[in-house]
Design a protein around this ligand. Structure first.
Ligand code: SIN
Length: 301
């Protein structure tokens, strides 16, 4: 008998696959759909203080091995978010992603949204939003301050989502851990650009965006491997996970859970079930009885 449910952040997930914060998770219907299609949990689109429309189109460009997106953090603001979720109950863990420009803004959001969030993911890593994301999260001291402020503001578990756009991601992970983070998630997208050869200008309205999908998988896997080696808190793996083999690689590299985003855009909602069934088969065929048994096996010397 193989058990693929996990306990992480004090929460029970039916399986280790979560819908990633990104481009398919703005409204409750998408979160519910993800769960119906086999996701063990959901991370929402990042929520800020004020409503934002996001950037003009085009906001996404498809490449042979993934996507570059610059949505511009569109969201209804914390008040609109509370209105949006009113009347819903979710029978899966809901991790609310938040972003702010200062530790105080992050803490304010955590306080306001604690009643509806099972946990928070801190967006310290969006690669293209002025004053937010990686502009803050590239500095370990900022990561420390933000995590600390949020931990002081809420008793919900806190996950710091880290940027790969830095020399050594473990510096950010160690800062998050020192500040009391319950886990880190990695990676957010790689800062990137695509150019239209006929228009002779960048494709995206914001010009620069974040690259995700199969093309970033080896980079993400290495980041997870390094973080899992360096940290005592759990690492949630994100970055190009598209097949069950990808999922197994991330678990072996030390990820305790996984987030899937771009694969939903490129392959459809069915990826959750496809990957969890493949993972279950792999565990059974290899003689394991739970996901936890394979976490970090590839870290052993
Ligand atoms: C966006 O909304 O533009 C993407 C958010 C992110 O990269 O964190």
């Amino acid at each position: 008998m193989v058990r693929i449910g996990i306990n992480l952040l004090g929460l029970n997930f039916e399986n280790p696959l979560l819908l990633a914060s990104g481009i398919n998770d703005k409204v409750p219907e998408q979160w519910i759909r993800a769960h119906e299609e086999g996701a063990g949990g959901v991370v929402t689109k990042s929520i800020g203080i004020e409503p934002r429309d996001g950037y003009d189109n085009p906001t996404i460009v498809e490449l042979p091995c993934g996507l570059i997106n610059a949505m511009g953090l569109p969201n209804p603001g914390w008040r609109g978010f509370l209105e949006m979720v009113e009347g819903y109950t979710f029978d899966f863990p809901l991790i609310v992603s938040i972003f702010g420009g200062t530790p105080e803004e992050f803490a304010f959001l955590a306080e306001k949204l604690s009643d509806v969030a099972d946990a928070f993911e801190l967006n310290l890593s969006c690669p293209h939003a002025k004053g937010y994301g990686m502009e803050i999260g590239q500095k370990p001291e900022n990561v420390y301050e933000v995590v600390k402020a949020v931990k002081d503001a809420t008793d919900r578990p806190v996950v710091a989502k880290l940027t790969p756009n830095i020399d050594d991601i473990t510096k950010l992970g160690l800062a998050a851990e020192k500040a009391g983070a319950d886990a880190v998630s990695a990676i957010n997208t790689l800062k990137a650009i695509a150019i239209d050869v006929y228009a002779k200008r960048p494709v995206l309205s914001n010009r620069v965006g974040g690259y995700s999908g199969p093309g970033v998988k080896p980079v993400a896997l290495r980041a997870v491997y390094d973080l899992a080696k360096a940290l005592d808190i759990p690492v949630i793996g994100i970055g190009g996970i598209t097949t069950w083999e990808d999922a197994v690689e991330f678990l072996l590299a030390g990820a305790s859970a996984l987030q899937i985003g771009t694969a939903v855009s490129l392959r459809g909602w069915g990826v959750f079930r496809e990957i969890s069934e493949g993972l279950r088969r792999y565990l059974r065929d290899e003689g394991f009885s739970s996901v936890e048994e394979i976490v970090g096996l590839a870290l052993e010397e």
